[in-house]
Ligand binder design. Structure first.
Ligand code: HEC
Length: 493
């Protein structure tokens, strides 16, 4: 409420972040953090398995180089762009939470940025100097060492960012003593890192296997060996991924586990949660079967066989990210800031005064019968719009119609008695912060939405409207009046 509200009504604001972030994570884990060490290892194998009079096995080296080319192109284009895209989208949708995170983690972000820039530069150097390094053994070994360095840099970007992700889920001690160290060492950090690292390696290996089937000739000796290595790589990381998953699951607070069923399939599919859960676990396990097959029967592995497990494992990453984003609800930063961007500790004030009084940007500050619907629109924007739209994905009209029936007009009374308790039945929603008048305005607006079908516009289309009572002139007047009153009191004394 301290920022003009950006709002994407058709797509839903959360969805915008999710789409960009999920693509980014897939590229970051599958094509950088997990892929680069795999490539470096294979480059080294080329030197190790080379005929005595050669620096490396040229054909093998060509295959590995081609695989790296794909990672190079994708990470430095879509990967880097979606990285910036995350910043852009969260700054639009969730400015208060990203603002808090930047302040708490200032030095961590700063370091992250330096390491990230280093990573991109190293990727460029690693790829662009590959061919030249084949001229002498010394140069080749240096190049491989360089790859190891790059792998480390990629992993460090993950080491830093995962702390911030863990923090958003459960800040731990930070809520009582707000230091960077307390924030950084939050309870979910290490378990999540212990899970993400081997998963990234696993995804990198499966993707590498897929690329092998594209860049090598069927049944060639090189292909068989490369498939076998990819299988071994995946098999090696699998136990770590399983152990990481168990470790991670065990530190998740119960409130988060309770959100799992909605997180995995949304409320419509909640009853299929068990089925979905097994499907997801099964889909991820397909990679392990593939890896086993690749180690034992590498000859039989072709593109058609790898593509499905590969899509599944990337799909698994996507679902994992969505679930992680969802389970921390109703908070965006655990026990500190709700997903509607209001801080928990400010709630008593809002309940007393209403949210409109404290909003910097709103059309209405004093609710009257004439401006009720307009005021309701402001209340909706402040309290519901980060998760609901007016007529797009997860529309507020739809969720109420699902409860009360599609074909009849919504009942204001029923909605007004539901909303103040909505966080009890549906713990993923924050409590309604407003006062009684605002509640009435909100339901009047929702009812009006049902009949008009209109679409809510954000500040990017409507422009910025400053709350009349919080405009500079008004505030100045109030301060002057306060001073005058104080002087009067002093005189009287
Ligand atoms: C943190 C995000 C978030 C906020 C903020 C939020 N909701 Fe929700 N709400 C959800 C989600 C997610 C669902 C479930 C959608 C699904 O899975 O179908 C939901 C469902 C609902 C439902 C249907 C519940 C049921 O039992 O069927 C109602 C009604 C609702 N929201 C009203 C509101 C109102 C009114 C506001 C604002 C005062 C609000 N929500 C704010 C996320 C949110």
């Amino acid at each position: 409420m301290d920022f003009p509200m950006f709002h994407l009504d058709w797509l839903n604001d959360r969805f915008l972040i999710a789409v960009i972030a999920i693509i980014h994570v897939m590229i970051n884990h599958g094509l950088a953090v997990g892929f680069i060490p795999y490539i470096t290892w294979l480059e080294y194998k080329g030197v190790k398995n080379a005929p005595a009079d050669q620096i490396t096995d040229t054909k093998w080296d060509e295959l590995i180089y081609n695989k790296m080319k794909v990672a190079f192109i994708i990470t430095t284009t879509i990967g880097a762009m979606t990285g910036v895209g995350i910043w852009f989208s969260v700054a639009l949708v969730s400015p208060s939470s990203i603002g808090s995170l930047i302040r708490v983690f200032y030095w961590a972000w700063f370091t992250e940025w330096i390491v990230f820039v280093t990573e991109v530069v190293l990727i460029m150097i690693y790829y662009l100097t590959w061919k030249n390094s084949n001229k002498s053994l010394n140069a080749k070994l240096k190049h491989i060492r360089f790859g190891a360095f790059l792998s480390l840099a990629s992993w460090i970007t993950m080491v830093i960012i995962v702390s911030i992700l863990g923090f958003m889920m459960d800040p731990g001690n930070w809520n009582t003593d707000k230091s960077l160290l307390n924030g950084f060492t939050n309870p979910i950090y290490i378990p999540q890192l212990a899970f993400r690292t081997p998963v990234a390696m696993l995804v990198g290996g499966v993707f590498g296997m897929l690329l092998t089937t594209i860049f090598s000739k069927k049944e060639s000796a090189i292909r068989i060996l490369a498939i076998k290595y990819a299988g071994k790589w995946v098999m090696f990381w699998t136990p770590f991924a399983i152990a990481g998953a168990i470790y991670y699951w065990n530190v998740m607070p119960d409130a988060m586990k309770a959100n799992m069923s909605t997180a995995v399939g949304s409320m419509d599919f909640e009853e299929y949660y068990d089925l979905l859960k097994y499907f997801i676990i099964g889909a991820a396990s397909l990679s392990i079967i593939l890896a086993l097959w690749a180690t034992l029967r590498p000859k039989k592995v072709n593109f058609a066989l790898v593509v499905v497990p590969c899509l599944f494992i990337f799909g698994f990453l996507g679902i994992f990210e969505r679930v992680r984003e969802f389970v921390r609800k109703p908070y965006v930063i655990g026990n500190y800031m709700y997903s509607n961007l209001l801080r928990e500790e400010d709630y008593p004030l809002y309940k007393k005064d209403g949210v409109l009084k404290h909003a910097t940007y709103a059309t209405v500050s004093e609710i009257t019968p004439e401006n009720k619907v307009l005021a309701g629109r402001d209340v909706f924007m402040i309290t519901c719009s980060r998760c609901h739209t007016s007529n797009g994905i997860n529309s507020i009209v739809d969720v109420f119609e699902n409860m009360y029936g599609k074909d009849k007009p919504l009942n204001e009374q029923a909605m007004a008695s539901y909303i103040p308790n909505m966080h009890q039945g549906r713990a993923f929603m924050p409590p309604f912060p407003g006062n009684k008048k605002e509640l009435e305005a909100l339901v009047a607006y929702i009812k009006q939405l049902q009949s008009s079908g209109e679409s809510l516009q954000g500040a990017q289309t409507e422009g910025v409207i400053i709350n009349p009572i919080n405009a500079v002139d008004e505030v100045a007047k109030r301060i002057e009046a306060d001073l005058a009153q104080k002087e009067q009191e002093d005189d009287n004394n």
